[in-house]
Design a binder for this molecule. Structure first.
Ligand SMILES: Cc1cc2nc3c(=O)[nH]c(=O)nc-3n(C[C@H](O)[C@H](O)[C@H](O)COP(=O)(O)O)c2cc1C
Length: 244
């Protein structure tokens, strides 16, 4: 993993809900397709890159939020995989950071679209949980986007809430938490906490909304990038290794 590239992408990224509608170069789409193949191989997920297909975002529950996107990544995995959602968070966010470093806008979408209208097809033993919409983002924030951001900004949990013992931890842990604070999460709730104990880190979910483990997977990736190495065990409450 190119930590420096990902660190820059973390600093640049913010959810993009308005796109220009212009197409993405075929070479860039090929790069995204190759990344998705590699992530599926590594994770056992069955994510699908869908180009075009605006129907799920034209549906009523999308409230016209994601007009002009180039496509989306459908996050699909085996229904009986207990770590499916965490992997979707971790590998989906890798896709987001790669797309960001290619100059594309992205947004995770759990509720503001209609899965049933999607061209993405989950098999009988799979579940389509969530999407990441992407495309060329509008440079200027729309008034609607500003309203959304102001509203979601009020959900913020502070660094003290998320990692109360960070001040007593080594720099790699502090850097990891700094990157975690920039992670996207459902309604900006940041439903996770990180501890430094016995010389290493552990991460667990807080609360139990439906996709809390997706948020955990995203946050674990951000931590790894911020810390500049190491690797998480899978699971809620799991341990980090490699940065001792
Ligand atoms: C798992 C997940 C699901 C999300 N679902 C939606 C959604 O349905 N609609 C939406 O407008 N934003 C959605 N978001 C985007 C969040 O609202 C956004 O990440 C959060 O407010 C923080 O803002 P930022 O991404 O600009 O840092 C989702 C984010 C995550 C991580």
């Amino acid at each position: 993993m190119d930590y420096e590239k990902y660190r820059q992408a973390i600093n640049l990224r913010m959810s993009c809900r308005k796109f220009t509608g212009s197409p993405i170069a075929e070479a860039d789409l090929d790069k995204l397709r190759a990344l998705v193949c590699a992530y599926n191989e590594e994770s056992g997920l069955s994510m699908q890159l869908i180009i075009g297909d605006p129907a799920p975002f034209d549906a009523k529950q999308a409230m016209g939020l994601f007009q002009g996107s180039a496509g989306y990544l459908a996050l699909i995995g085996k229904t009986n995989d207990p770590n499916r959602m965490e992997k979707e968070g971790y590998f989906g966010e890798r896709f987001v950071l790669e797309a960001t470093s290619m100059g594309l806008g992205t947004c995770w979408v759990a509720s503001s679209f209609d899965k049933d209208k999607s061209k993405a097809a989950a098999r009988d033993d799979e579940t389509f949980d969530i999407a990441i919409v992407f495309g060329k983002g509008e440079q200027k924030l729309s008034i609607r986007e500003k309203v959304i951001r102001t509203y979601l900004g009020t959900n913020h949990r502070t660094q003290e809430d998320i990692a109360p013992d960070a001040q007593f931890a080594p720099d790699w842990f502090k850097n990891g938490i700094e990157a975690v604070m920039k992670a996207p999460s459902t309604k900006n709730t940041k439903p996770f906490s990180f501890c430094f104990e016995n010389g290493t880190a552990t991460a667990k979910t807080v609360g139990n909304h439906e996709r809390v483990k997706v948020d955990l997977g995203i946050a674990k990736l951000h931590f790894e990038v911020g810390a500049g190495g190491g690797r998480w065990e899978l699971g809620d409450g799991a341990t980090y290794s490699g940065k001792l």
